[in-house]
Design a protein around this ligand. Structure first.
Ligand SMILES: Cc1ncc(COP(=O)(O)O)c(C=O)c1O
Length: 385
């Protein structure tokens, strides 16, 4: 019998752990969890080695080393045009995951309502539960995962404390449009709501434009912008993330961060400075390589017979599996791992109402081209079904 506290007991183990273990046991190619099978750039790794050799081995300043807070503020100013005070508005965390947890624990009171879009990255649900808050869901539906204005309006009330917006969005690959973000911003202003924006895929936009919610009218003072190094620099294991917010909201984030982890790995913070000062060519090449991988997987899945919803951003693609005749997404993914040799994530785990995701599976394309080709080769055995 496990002894998990009530507030977490219903959430179970994350689906990523389960699928990765099954994939390993069956020698399946793992297109499930979103980590690259290639390494980050040498100039960032070299900076980490140098920092370790230089003796940066003790606790860092609680909210981040001064150089990194400055580099994050400079990057943010270049990308968004918003000028921020590094020591007062940036908090360095152990990945975006910790930034999310610190934001929820430091800003949300038990009983507050939180608006989430489903499908969602699974840690959001857990953060809401850990904060003792009440989730209100708005469903993004295929084929285009457009925002349902009426449903969004209904989700807001005088008890709403936070809305969490993830753009570009995992798992749909949706990039929220300006009109959608304008609507969200208007509702935040009307109901005096804090926006948390998870922008870890900000550099992976193939179609449309990444818009930082904080840049919209009246939003800088009510938005916590979260991001991290992991996706953009193919270093998901480093877990360097951050939260950018006006001082009153930063106070909440730091109130929790100081007791969650206190500080983040010092030498990796030094290396993150080098990463954030990467030339524009780094970001261009990074996006171009992902565009090639996206096209390869999207076209390949469509040829095999999936109904594919080509992502506008992120390194994930959702596909409808129903024409292959399986009962649901879980039985389809089990078959894929055990008999086809490819792992994908059953999408029902991304929904509060699992039925909404039963027809969909998520594939990750943060893998090099030979691996993607091999996976497509294996998946082509489905075509005859
Ligand atoms: C939407 C989203 N947010 C946050 C994270 C986690 O970011 P980090 O590795 O920086 O904690 C992920 C990782 O998959 C993600 O997909």
């Amino acid at each position: 019998m496990t002894q998990i506290a009530q507030r977490l007991a219903t959430l179970g183990e994350t689906i990523f752990t389960e699928i990765s273990q099954l994939a390993l046991a069956h020698g399946a190619i793992n297109l499930g969890q979103g980590f690259p099978n290639f390494d980050g750039p040498d100039f960032v790794k070299d900076a980490a080695v140098e920092a370790i050799r230089a003796g940066h081995g003790q606790y860092a300043r609680m909210f981040g080393i001064p150089e990194l807070c400055r580099a994050i503020a400079e990057r943010f100013a270049t990308d968004t045009g918003l000028s921020i005070e590094p020591d007062a508005q940036v908090t360095v965390t152990s990945g975006c995951t910790e930034a999310l947890a610190a934001s929820f624990l430091g800003l949300v009171n038990p009983g507050d309502e939180v608006v989430l879009f489903e499908p969602y990255f699974d840690s959001y649900r857990a953060c809401v539960a850990m904060a003792g808050a009440v989730p209100r869901f708005v469903t993004l539906r295929p084929p285009d995962f457009a925002l349902d204005e009426a449903q969004l309006r209904r989700a807001f009330s005088d008890r709403t404390r936070v809305i969490l917006v993830n753009t570009p969005h995992n798992p749909t690959g949706k990039v929220f449009s300006r009109a959608e973000l304008d609507l969200i911003a208007a509702l935040c202003r009307k109901h005096d709501v804090i926006a948390l924006t998870d922008e870890v895929y900000e550099r992976l936009v193939f179609q449309g434009e990444h818009i930082c919610l904080a840049t919209l009218e009246g939003m800088a003072e009510r938005t916590v912008t979260l991001s991290s190094l992991g996706k953009t620099f193919s270093l998901t294991g480093w877990k360097i993330g951050w939260a950018i917010a006006p001082p009153p909201l930063t106070a909440g984030v730091r109130a929790a961060h100081q007791f969650l982890t206190f500080a983040t790995a010092t030498p990796l913070q030094h290396a993150a400075v080098a990463a954030l000062r990467a030339p524009d060519s780094y970001y261009r090449d990074f996006l171009a390589a992902y565009r090639t991988r996206r096209d390869l997987l999207v076209d390949g899945l469509a040829r095999i017979g999936f109904e594919v919803y080509p992502p506008h951003g992120t390194y994930f693609v959702l596909a409808d599996h129903t024409r292959f005749g399986f009962e649901d997404d879980v039985s389809f993914c089990r078959h894929l791992i055990e008999h086809v040799g490819v792992a994908a994530i059953p999408s029902s785990f991304f929904y509060a109402t699992p039925e909404h995701g039963r027809s969909l599976v998520r594939f990750a394309f943060c893998k090099d081209e030979p691996v993607l080709r091999e996976a497509l080769g294996r998946l082509s055995s489905l075509a005859g079904r």
